[in-house]
Each structure stands twice: as C-alpha cells, then as structure tokens.
Design a protein around this ligand. Structure first.
Ligand SMILES: CC(C)(COP(=O)(O)OP(=O)(O)OC[C@H]1O[C@@H](n2cnc3c(N)ncnc32)[C@H](O)[C@@H]1OP(=O)(O)O)[C@@H](O)C(=O)NCCC(=O)NCCS
Length: 160
C-alpha cells in the first residue's frame, strides 16, 4: 500500500537516501553512470538540504511510503507552481509510487489555486510525465549525457 504524507525533519535522512539512490541507480540515461556527474547531481540532496527546504516558506515536501517503508520523495513550490523533486527509490520502482506522489503534488497545487504546474523532467522520466498528461513547455535543454525537458500541466478545469 502506498501512502503519501507531509515530510518532517525526522524524514530528512530517508528522503536524502531515496533521492540520491534514485538518481544514482535509475537515471543512467541522464548521467551515463559517470561518478563525477552523479556526485555533482547529488551534492545538494543531503539531509541538511532537506531540513533547510522543510523550513523554507512556500516549499512543501512529501514522503511516499510503500508498505510502511520510505519509497519516494517529492517537493514543490507553492510560490510558482513548480514540482522540484519526484523520485522513487530503486527497489520501489514500477509499483505506482511516482504516480501516487505526482497525483498528490498536483492536487496540492490545484487546491492552492495554481492553474498550471511546471517541472523540468529528466530524460529518464520524460515518457512517464507525457503519459501523465504533461506537455512540453519549451525546447529540451542539453544536460549531461541527455536532455532536460521543461514541462507543464494544466491543473484547473477552466470552469473558474
Ligand atoms: C520513470 C519513473 C519516474 C516512473 O516512476 P515509477 O514509480 O517507477 O512509476 P509508476 O510505477 O508510478 O508507473 C506509472 C506508470 O508509468 C509507466 N512508466 C513507468 N516508467 C516509465 C517510463 N520510463 N517510461 C514510460 N512510462 C513509464 C508505468 O508503466 C505506469 O503505467 P500504468 O499506470 O499505465 O501501468 C521512475 O521509475 C524513475 O526512473 N525515476 C527516476 C527519477 C526521476 O527521473 N524522477 C523524475 C525527476 S524530474
């Protein structure tokens, strides 16, 4: 069973572990398994960074638990409607964790009155986001071995 909840300071280590392992083990298309690139990408994903983000006004952080275990981590900014992080731990991939996390974050943004959510996708996750209804929000940007994909999704139905 997957549960998404607000993260707390006590989750900082787990979130850091989930995100750094996800980047290291799942994002090979992006970093080409280059240890230097992996280290650089993960350099601002330490527990201290997560604690700082947890204390940042306008930022919301979420922990996904699968059968009670930390399985995914996400963050967003209510200031600009940007989803900043959406990562699944390697051992929990393909069990619906990122889908649940993404749906939860989209709902939080929608409830905050944000019409259009934005994110920058890895190459690894690009097709996943397309399947989830996200569309291009500008041309792909070269990054490391692949491209980053600016994307957006209309959250409001337009009935407002
Ligand atoms: C690709 C990824 C994001 C999918 O997350 P996940 O938790 O494994 O995916 P889910 O189990 O929620 O799968 C949801 C759906 O996406 C599909 N899917 C999973 N990985 C996919 C991929 N690489 N390409 C296309 N579709 C994919 C699944 O088939 C599933 O479809 P269904 O609901 O019709 O069965 C994840 O496996 C991954 O590699 N994450 C790496 C970290 C990352 O790049 N995060 C994004 C930062 S912007």
């Amino acid at each position: 069973m997957i549960n998404i909840r607000d993260a707390t300071d006590a989750d900082a280590e787990a979130m850091s572990e989930v995100v750094t392992a996800s980047i290291r083990d799942l994002c090979s298309i992006d970093h080409g398994d280059d240890p230097r690139r992996i280290a650089q990408w993960n350099s601002n994903k330490t527990p201290a960074h997560f604690r700082r983000w947890l204390a940042t006004p306008g930022m919301r952080l979420f922990l996904a638990e699968r059968d009670g275990m930390p399985a995914g981590a996400g963050s967003l900014s209510l200031d600009d409607g940007v989803i900043q992080l959406a990562y699944v731990a390697p051992q929990h991939r393909s069990h619906g964790v990122t889908s649940a996390l993404l749906a939860h974050m989209e709902a939080v943004l929608r409830q905050a009155g944000i019409d259009t959510a934005r994110l920058i996708s890895t190459e690894t996750a690009h097709r996943f986001y397309v399947k989830a209804g996200w569309v291009a929000d500008g041309p792909p940007v070269p990054r490391m071995d692949a491209y980053s994909h600016p994307m957006r999704k209309q959250l409001a139905s337009g009935s407002a």
